[in-house]
Structure formats: C-alpha cells, structure tokens
Design a protein around this ligand. Structure first.
Ligand SMILES: [Zn+2]
Length: 188
C-alpha cells in the first residue's frame, strides 16, 4: 500500500492514550475499553440525551461531558457499537483539540452523523475520526486477528468477525481494513 495513504491514518496520540490506560488500570487490551478511558482516565462523563437533533455526539469541554444521541441506541446491537465509535471520536476532540483541558480555547464539538464518517469534510472531524479509528482498532491487533481468521477458514466473513472481536461496527471495521490495505473494497 502507498505509504502516504497509510501515514494519513496514523495518530500516535491514540496509541499513547490506550497505553496510558493499560499502564494505570491494566485489564484486557481488546476490545479497547473506550468508555473507561473516557470516564476513569480522562475524567469525562458520558451521558445520553434525546435532544441532540442530528448530532450523534457532543463534547462539552467546560462541563467535561460527552453526550450521546440516545436515539441511536434504540435500535439494537449495531447502534451500541456505533456509540463506542462516537465516544472514541469525542475523546479524539478532547485529546487533540482541547489538549485534555489545557488548550487556551476549548470549543464544544457538535458532531453530526456525517462528521463521524472517515470521509468527513471538516478537518477537525476527520482528525477525530482517525484518532477514534486508531484508538479502537489498533493496527497490530487488526492485522493479527485478520491473519488468524483468513488462515483459519473461508467459511466465515472475516471482516464481520474482526468487527465483533474489536466491538466496532462492520462499517468502521470495513474502513479500517480498507485503509490498512487488507481488503480492496471500500465499505458501502
Ligand atoms: Zn466531532
């Protein structure tokens, strides 16, 4: 894969956050404990709200709150996984743009569904997505699980199993596999 494409999707800050958590709290590495990273380590409170309109998630830095759109939880399994991505995305805003509370300006982030796509058009949203993707789907772990599954069997859908193991949505995993050059097709 073209190195310039790969480097677009590296964010060492995500790895640093994950490693810091494991150093302090220990526990299993996968699936990445994103809610505990936000709440226990970074001191952000996660709440659900029915009043977010077309926003999937909101970061309120001054109140140290992440708000999740409750409507997105109401439809079973996959939306809950999407919540994990939303939490990771808001953590991305907190770490990259608020410098964990140390930045001079701490704008609230209002993140719409379209902002949570890897092809989001706003630069800060894209950055938060890359952070989220790296946080929840560490490259080494994805490659290890993928390699194991592909070697094992052709019966299962390895992308779906990968998504399950890392507890992310199939679409998020599809993008990750595409960006790592493990699959040739972009997710729909
Ligand atoms: Zn955002």
């Amino acid at each position: 894969m073209d190195a310039s494409v790969t480097s677009t999707y590296e964010d060492p800050r995500a790895h640093a956050v994950r490693e810091r958590y494991l150093d302090i709290f220990g526990g299993p590495e996968l699936p990445v404990p994103v809610e505990a990273i936000a709440e226990d380590m970074l001191g952000l409170r996660i709440e659900e709200s029915w009043e977010l309109g077309d926003c999937s998630g909101v970061l309120l830095p001054s109140r140290r709150r992440i708000l999740l759109n409750a409507a997105e939880r109401a439809h079973g399994d996959v939306p809950i996984r999407r919540h994990r991505f939303t939490v990771a995305h808001e953590v991305g805003h907190w770490v990259c743009h608020c410098l964990e509370g140390r930045a001079a300006v701490q704008p609230a982030a209002l993140c719409r569904k379209v902002d949570l796509r890897l092809d989001a058009d706003r630069a800060l949203e894209r950055e938060a997505n890359i952070f989220a993707s790296e946080l929840l789907m560490p490259e080494a772990a994805v490659r290890a699980v993928w390699g194991e599954l592909v070697a094992q069997s052709h019966e299962v859908d390895p992308a779906a199993v990968c998504a399950e193991r890392l507890d992310v949505s199939p679409v998020a995993m599809g993008w990750r596999l595409f960006n790592l050059g493990l699959v040739e097709e972009r997710p729909v």
